[in-house]
Design a protein around this ligand. Structure first.
Ligand SMILES: [Zn+2]
Ligand SMILES: [Zn+2]
Length: 246
């Protein structure tokens, strides 16, 4: 499986990551990643950029040195009602929106509470991707919620960082991926890079997906044309043909 896009990456603007956008782009180009998601943390995380940072991503070109850069955000799920820390209007202006639970922002609750939160987030049309939901601190009713992700056209993230940093992730991510396979829910394989040299490296995700014989056609970023079509649909942007690198 060849992954051509890495759509969950951070820059030093997240304040606990260590590369610039240009360093991320340069590394992506070097290792053959053709589409990069710029998805810094959102304001509820201490030190994250303020709201202006996100909509002002129009300041950089849609293609930098041959790499398509998606203007995105990793928005925080604030509570069990599924509220987020950017407004729908702000999120709708972006190409790529990942919604995640983070320990400094939302307390670990019960399975029922996490289930309620994810079902609410699933119903928000401004959200494209459910981020690193295999986290052992936020276990939800996988069977029930994965079907809701399918119903509301959400993409489920398989996050390489999780296997190293979020307890319980290997077991939980495998269970989530098996349900995505069962219900034909698309997944996206991401690095969640906090330093440029992590970009494009997903060994734990690939190994797990191969172990369960996960269908490649459900991995949205395993094919350039298919993924670009999806991004156009999700972002509403046209990506004029003359700027799209071939
Ligand atoms: Zn995250
Ligand atoms: Zn992240």
């Amino acid at each position: 499986m060849k992954i051509i896009a890495d759509t969950h990456t951070h820059t030093l603007l997240s304040s606990h990551a260590y590369s610039t956008l240009l360093e991320n782009v340069a590394y992506a180009k070097k290792i053959g990643i053709r589409i990069l998601g710029n998805t810094d943390h959102c304001p509820a995380i201490a030190g994250a950029p303020q709201v202006w940072y996100f909509h002002n991503q129009v300041a950089f070109p849609e293609v930098i040195d041959g790499v398509i850069v998606l203007k995105g955000a990793e928005v925080n799920i604030l509570d069990y009602e599924g509220h987020l820390d950017l407004t729908d209007k702000e999120l709708n202006a972006l190409d790529w929106v990942i919604a995640s639970m983070h320990a400094p922002v939302i307390n670990s609750g019960t399975v029922e509470e996490h289930t309620r939160a994810y079902i609410s987030v699933a119903q928000n049309p401004a959200v494209d991707v459910i981020g690193h939901s295999g986290d052992g601190r936020y276990v939800y009713d996988y069977e029930k919620v994965i079907k809701v992700f399918k119903e509301y056209d959400k993409i489920v993230e398989i996050n390489n960082h999780s296997f190293m940093t979020r307890a319980g992730s290997k077991k939980n991510c495998t269970e989530i991926a098996l349900l995505c396979k069962k219900y034909r829910v698309p997944v996206v394989v991401n690095s969640d890079a906090h330093f440029c040299t992590e970009i494009g490296h997903f060994p734990h995700c690939i190994q797990m997906l191969e172990e369960i014989d996960f269908p490649e056609e459900l991995v949205v970023n395993a094919d350039y044309d298919r993924f670009l079509a999806l991004v156009k649909e999700k972002s509403g942007r046209s990506f004029t043909e003359n700027v799209i690198p071939r």
